[in-house]
Structures are given as C-alpha cells and as structure tokens.
Write a protein that binds this ligand. Structure first.
Ligand code: ADP
Ligand code: MG
Length: 341
C-alpha cells in the first residue's frame, strides 16, 4: 500500500525555484494498478520518484507498506527499496552486461548463492519471455525486449510494488500492447501493486483500475477508470479521453442539425457492461413515435469492462422524447441531453 499525504517537491535552480508538486494526496491499495496521467512537465516523474525517495520530498509524508519513507535511515531505506521495483522509459540497462547479468545484478549485490541466482534468473527470463536472449547484450535487443529485461530485473527481489515511469512511451503501439499485457500478468500472478505514470490515456484504459489526473503539480481528478471515462469532471480529463474516444459532433454535422425543422433532441448515451448488449434504441422506436438517428459511436474496452458511447438525434414530439429518455434511463443507459446551438 502507498499513501502519499500533502506532498510538496520544490527544485532549486539558477532561474529560481520550481514547485513541481504542490500538496499531492494519493492512496494506492494493495494489488491495485494505479495510473497517474498528465502532460509533460505536470510533475509525474517527480511524484513517482518521491515514492522510493529517488527524489527527497520537500514536505509531506510517503508511507509504503506502513513505513514512513521520508524518515528512514540510509540502511533502512536500502532495505525498503528492495521491495520496490522500478522501470523507466529508457530502460536504464547496463550496456556492457548481458541480459542474464543485468537481471542477476541485484541478487549478486545481496550476496545470493550462485546456484540460486542461476535458477532465479532463468525463471525470471522465462516469465518475461527472453530465455533465448540471455547471452545477448542490450544493444542487440529491440526496445520491447529491453523493457522485458528491465521488468525481470525489477522482479528479481520479490518486490511488492512496481513503479513504472512512462514504461511504454518509447515503444511502438504493438510492443506497447505486449508490455502492458506482461504488466497485467505480473500484477495478477504475483499480486504486485503497480503505480504507473503516463501521458497516454490508452495505457490507463488498458490496465489501470484507478486513475489520477495531475496538472501543474496538483491532482485535479481521481476515481476508478470506469467512472472517469463515464463522468469526467475537468476539461483536461475530457481532452485525454477524447484522444481515444471521439464523443463530440463535427462542425458539419452540427451545421446540418441547426437547419432541421423537426422537433428533436441530441442525446449522449453511455452504456456500461450489460447495458451495452441491449437493443434500447430499437425498443424506444418500437414503443413510441420516435426516430433515433446515430450520429457518432464508439465501443471501447476498459480493462475487462465494455463502455459504449453513442450520440444520437432523437426526433419526435416533446412528450415522446421525454418518455424515450425515461426508458433509456430505466435500462441503465446514462443519458445526457446535449446543447448544440
Ligand atoms: N532536477 C530538477 N531541477 C529543476 N527542475 C526540475 C527538476 N526535475 C524536474 N523539474 C521541473 O519540475 C517540473 C515537473 O517535472 P517532472 O516531474 O519531470 O514532470 P513530468 O514527468 O510530468 O514531465 C517541470 O517544470 C520540470 O522542469
Ligand atoms: Mg516524466
């Protein structure tokens, strides 16, 4: 479990002080995959680096598994860090060491017997799918393979927590998918809590349970990923969602709508899980004198749940439209009326 309370981080530089974190509060439960998303410069790396004290907080508390990290002696901090793995955007591998040696290094530092190191490293390389590359050097690997080595290295100490600083940001989309699958697998199999930071909503949607949005050193929004996608509160969050799910009408469609004479309403419908499978539009058209017209639609997968989003034009008399909206809501469809003039 990670509990961050009232965390401040100020960097002193020649141009003056930079306040990278301004009173951050965050709680990551055991076994969770928690994502922090924000634009470049928002304070993400500062935040994640304060968890294992790679950066010393200026003020505030960071508790990891009930240890107050800001108060540990050097020796105690070294011990605590063994339980916290970290992977980075640019992998940070030892270029002159082989894959095997890169993974073995932490075990050698803790004086693990050679036989055990051998067995453990081979097992870890098996988990990340790199058995056949153990004698290669990092320069002979692709980006995805390098990140796999970094993951195996992080796992070597039987960690409880894995910190990921933009771990897929240097990878192509296909490799990103594979690495995210691997992280999901590790989370499930070994019950490792994952705190990750990213600027890509896709990463959040694919593997995270909860998400916090950080802007200018402040957490501006925090919830489960599903709630955040369903009811985003801030414009920044809406913009991140828009990057993977179009849910606004184009100017040309709006223009056409404004010229219409019939009585209509524009609705944004959100379907979660079960409600995605029901033919609700057919139901309202059958029961009432209504003509639903789909203007825009998306179905996305959020971890293991389905989220559908439609924007429809509903044409009919005022009373029927109100009745139709009631039926939609009765079928657990989140229904919002959009203004378009
Ligand atoms: N070592 C440092 N010295 C001075 N300023 C820094 C240092 N590290 C980060 N910053 C500044 O702190 C702010 C947040 O940076 P960072 O945490 O790296 O953001 P992100 O990871 O979201 O891009 C930025 O304005 C950055 O320039
Ligand atoms: Mg960063």
């Amino acid at each position: 479990m990670i509990e961050i309370t009232n965390l401040y981080k100020t960097y002193q530089s020649n141009e003056g002080n930079v306040e990278a974190l301004k009173g951050v509060n965050l709680k990551v439960e055991k076994g969770e995959i928690f994502g922090v998303i924000g634009f470049s410069g928002a304070g993400k790396s500062s935040l994640i680096r304060c968890v294992n004290m790679l950066e010393k907080p200026t003020e505030g508390s960071v508790r990891v598994n009930d240890l107050e990290m800001t108060e540990l002696t050097k020796h105690k901090l070294r011990e605590a860090r063994k339980k916290i793995g970290m992977i980075f955007q640019h992998f940070n591998l030892l270029e002159t060491c082989t894959v095997f040696e890169n993974v073995a290094v932490a075990l050698e530092l803790s004086h693990t017997p050679k036989g055990i190191i051998n067995e453990k490293v081979n097992n870890l390389l098996n988990i990340v799918g790199l058995e056949d590359k153990k004698n290669n050097f990092p320069s002979q690997l692709s980006g995805g393979q390098k990140q796999r080595v970094a993951i195996a290295r992080a796992l070597a100490n039987n960690i409880d927590i894995l910190l990921c600083d933009e771990a897929t940001s240097a990878l192509d989309p296909q490799t990103t998918e594979a690495i995210l699958e691997l992280l999901l697998d590790i989370n499930r199999k070994f019950k490792i809590t994952i705190l990750l930071i990213t600027h890509e909503m896709h990463v959040i949607k694919k593997i995270c349970d909860k998400v916090a949005v950080i802007e200018d050193g402040v957490i501006i929004e925090e919830d489960t990923v599903l709630n955040t996608f369903t009811r985003p509160k801030t414009q920044t969050t809406k913009n991140f969602i828009k990057s993977i799910m179009e849910d606004e009408l184009s100017e040309s469609v709006l223009k056409e709508l404004r010229t219409k004479k019939e009585n209509n309403k524009i609705l944004r419908l959100t379907f979660i899980g079960g409600s995605a499978a029901q033919p609700v539009l057919a139901i309202i058209a059958k029961e009432l004198p209504l003509w639903p017209n789909i203007l825009c639609g998306n179905i996305i997968q959020i971890k293991n749940q389905t989220l559908g989003r439609l924007i429809i034009e509903l044409t009919g008399d005022c009373h029927s439209i109100e009745e139709g909206i009631k039926i939609l809501k009765d079928h657990n469809v989140i229904t919002e009326v959009l203004k378009y003039d």
